[in-house]
Design a binder for this molecule. Structure first.
Ligand SMILES: *Cc1c(COP(=O)(O)O)cnc(C)c1O
Length: 228
C-alpha cells in the first residue's frame, strides 16, 4: 500500500466512523502527520486529497510549508520560545500550547506580522509524566490569558491518550470533551463561537476519539508507514 491509497482509505474510514457516531461525514478533519517523511512524500498524500498536514519540529514545518504553500500546516510539537517566530510564520493552527510565556510570545510574534494566530491548549488529561500539556486547572487559567491576548485566537483543546489502554483512552477523550464544554460555557458568546475544536486521536486510537467528539484527528503512521 502506498501513501496515496493509505490516505484515501483512512479519510473514508474517518468519515464513516463519524456517521456511525451520529455525526456528519465531514465533521472530523484528518490531519496527515508527515513528521517522519521527507518533503517529497507529502506530494503523495496531496494526490490522495490531503489538505491538512501536521509537523512537530519547527524546522520541518518551515521546510514543508514552504514546499507546499497551498496546504494547511499544523504545528503539533513542543513549542520553544526561540522557534515561536518560525512557527507563527507558517502554522495555520498551533495545537500544542501549554505555557503562559509561550502564549505571550506567540501574541508578540503574531502582532509583528499582522496575524491573529489560532491556537489549541494542550491538556495532559491522563496525568502521565511522559506527556506534554498542562493540567485541567492550568488550562482554565491559560484559556483566560489567551482570550486577553489580541493576536491569539483560542480555537479549542488538544490531548494525547495513553497508548494501548482503551479504558484510559476513553477517560482521556471524555475528560477533554468535558473540559471543553465547561470552558466554553464560561466564555463570552463571541469567544465561545470560535472555541469549537477538539484535536484528539492518533493512528491507534482515533476511532475512540471520534466517538467523544474529536473535530481533528492527527494521523501519522497509518498513512506514512509501511509497517503500521
Ligand atoms: C506523531 C504525532 C502524531 C501521530 O502519531 P501516529 O501514532 O503516528 O499516528 C499525533 N500527534 C502528535 C502530537 C504527534 O507527535
Amino acid at each position: 500500500m502506498g501513501v496515496t491509497e493509505n490516505y484515501q482509505r483512512i479519510a473514508a474510514q474517518v468519515a464513516a466512523r463519524a456517521q456511525e457516531c451520529g455525526r456528519e461525514a465531514d465533521a472530523v478533519r484528518l490531519i496527515a502527520v508527515s513528521k517522519t517523511v521527507e518533503a517529497p512524500v507529502v506530494e503523495l498524500a496531496v494526490q490522495g486529497g490531503a489538505n491538512d498536514f501536521g509537523e512537530n519540529r519547527p524546522e520541518c514545518l518551515v521546510e514543508k510549508a514552504q514546499a507546499y504553500p497551498d496546504s494547511t500546516w499544523h504545528f503539533i510539537g513542543n513549542v520553544q520560545s526561540r522557534r515561536v517566530k518560525d512557527i507563527v510564520a507558517h502554522a495555520s493552527l498551533i495545537h500544542s500550547l501549554y505555557q503562559e510565556r509561550h502564549a505571550r510570545k506567540i501574541n508578540d510574534e503574531a502582532a509583528k506580522i499582522g496575524k491573529v494566530q489560532d491556537v489549541l491548549i494542550e491538556v495532559n488529561v491522563s496525568g502521565e509524566e511522559s506527556k506534554g500539556g498542562c493540567t485541567l486547572d492550568q488550562a482554565q487559567e491559560l484559556a483566560q490569558l489567551c482570550l486577553e491576548l489580541p493576536n491569539v485566537r483560542l480555537r479549542g483543546l488538544m490531548t494525547m491518550a495513553p497508548r494501548a489502554d482503551e479504558q484510559a483512552e476513553r477517560l482521556t477523550f471524555s475528560g477533554l470533551a468535558e473540559l471543553h464544554g465547561k470552558l466554553k460555557a464560561a466564555m463570552e458568546p463571541a469567544d465561545a463561537a470560535v472555541f469549537d475544536e477538539l484535536s484528539m486521536g492518533m493512528s491507534e486510537d482515533w476511532p475512540v476519539a471520534v466517538e467523544y467528539g474529536a473535530t481533528m484527528v492527527r494521523i501519522g503512521r497509518a498513512i506514512f508507514s509501511d509497517s503500521f
